[in-house]
Design a protein around this ligand. Structure first.
Ligand SMILES: [Zn+2]
Length: 419
């Protein structure tokens, strides 16, 4: 799990860091001979600098991460010995004297990370390299109201197919799951659209079956981690990921850290109230943000407005039809943008993150939808002088980003990073 932040100071405890084999600890965790939150933060900073900047020398890593050279050496040396990092080719000498430093890079041949995306009715699995390459993808489907044994069989088969493609034992398995998650206990608390998963101790089930450490987190939070390590969130200190589809969800990254809240319960953005006495939500309450900006809402509105084939309407189709001159499509697209903007504006007023990354259907609407959302957000919030609010679009595809994020959860957990 991500540890709590602490006041920063130089610490050389990371010299004692090493990755333990799962069976060595019994918990699948990492042995820290001298556990320290400060060491975790420094490790996170150094690895983040590597992810953000690509091949980087030790001296540059120290500068970018704000730690001294000794600390960098203490962090990277065990990772070189573990085969996680390698030394790349030194850049050609500039002729100005001095030997150019060899940059450090992630080892493309290091063990892969197992990743699972679990959404109501569907399972997607993959192997993800430390450099974010997604391979050995497999897919499964299950009846979200059906039989739990049938679900387990599909889950195990799908993951076994993916793991069969691994040349070496993966570091662990990261799961991005829709619904309410207890990330501390590794269980699914409840999923409104897949009640058979309610209360399922998923991490324990996967660990028993595959003998690997398992980390589980909320689907939008995995998107956020994927954005941070490999997507438009690289280098950002504050941002939120917003997902629309059958559900609406989000997660946020504040002051350089993923925000989780108690046992991962923070960030239930889809269930913030935007309409007093509004429509009934899947969660049992009324007027949630999710009731005015999901695909099912969009399709009901499309039917009410007389759009053709309303049951297949999505953001990309609305954009195309609006650009083709349909005033009805343009009107609905603008309402969708406004309704997404309401929640973003509330988040902006509360946290002033200034940077929002769209996922799922909203991302499929591309820059035309993002631009409309941005315009509505600026109308809703109290803008400060020179303030800029960016609405970015995740271009990597929802499944790919979630799988990379799930893998990122494993990296963070196994290396005890604060990211
Ligand atoms: Zn709700």
């Amino acid at each position: 799990m991500i540890q709590r932040p602490a006041p920063l100071a130089e610490a050389d405890d990371a010299v004692n860091f090493r990755l333990a084999a799962p069976e060595e600890t019994g918990t699948g965790g990492v042995v820290l001979v001298s556990p320290s939150v400060i060491g975790s933060i420094n490790r996170g900073r150094v690895l983040q600098a590597l992810y953000d900047n690509g091949p980087t020398s030790r001296a540059d890593l120290a500068r970018l991460a704000g730690v001294n050279r000794t600390t960098v050496t203490g962090i990277v040396q065990p990772m070189i010995e573990e085969g996680l990092l390698i030394e790349g080719e030194a850049p050609r000498s500039t002729g100005l004297g001095g030997k150019p430093a060899r940059p450090l890079v992630f080892n493309p041949d290091a063990p892969m990370l197992g990743a699972i995306l679990l959404l109501p009715g569907r399972i997607q699995t993959a192997l993800v390299s430390l450099t974010g390459e997604v391979t050995a993808q497999a897919h499964g489907r299950f009846d979200p109201h059906g039989d739990l044994d049938a679900f387990r069989a599909v889950l195990f088969d799908t993951m076994a197919e993916t793991l069969g493609g691994a040349a070496r034992t993966p570091f662990g398995i990261g799961v991005a799951a829709g619904g309410m998650i207890d990330s501390d206990k590794g269980l699914i608390v409840t999923v409104a659209l897949a009640p058979i998963l309610d209360g399922l101790p998923l991490a324990a089930i996967l660990k028993e079956r595959f003998g690997l450490p398992v980390v589980i987190d909320h689907h939008p939070r995995a998107l956020l981690v994927g954005d941070r390590w490999f997507g438009p969130g690289r280098g950002q200190q504050n941002f939120a990921a917003i997902y629309t589809g059958e559900v609406l969800g989000g997660a946020f990254y504040m002051d350089g850290k993923v925000y989780r809240g108690l046992a991962g319960s923070g960030g239930e953005l889809g269930h913030t109230i935007v309409q007093f006495g509004g429509a009934a939500c899947n969660c049992g309450k009324h007027g949630c943000w999710e009731t005015v900006a999901t695909l099912s809402w969009l399709r009901r509105e499309a039917a009410a407005r007389g759009l053709s084939d309303p049951d297949t309407v999505h953001a990309a189709r609305l954009v195309a039809e609006a650009e083709g001159g349909s005033a009805t499509a343009a009107g609905l697209l603008d309402l969708y943008a406004r309704n997404i903007a309401i929640g973003i504006a509330n988040l902006q007023q509360t946290l002033s993150l200034n940077y929002y990354i769209l996922h799922g259907d909203a991302a499929m609407g591309g820059p035309p939808l993002a631009r409309r959302i941005g315009e509505h957000v600026e109308r809703f919030v109290l803008m400060r002088p020179n303030q800029e609010i960016v609405i970015a679009v995740s271009g990597n595809g929802e499944g790919r980003t979630a799988l990379r994020g799930a893998a990122g959860l494993v990296v963070s957990d196994r290396l005890k990073l604060v990211i």
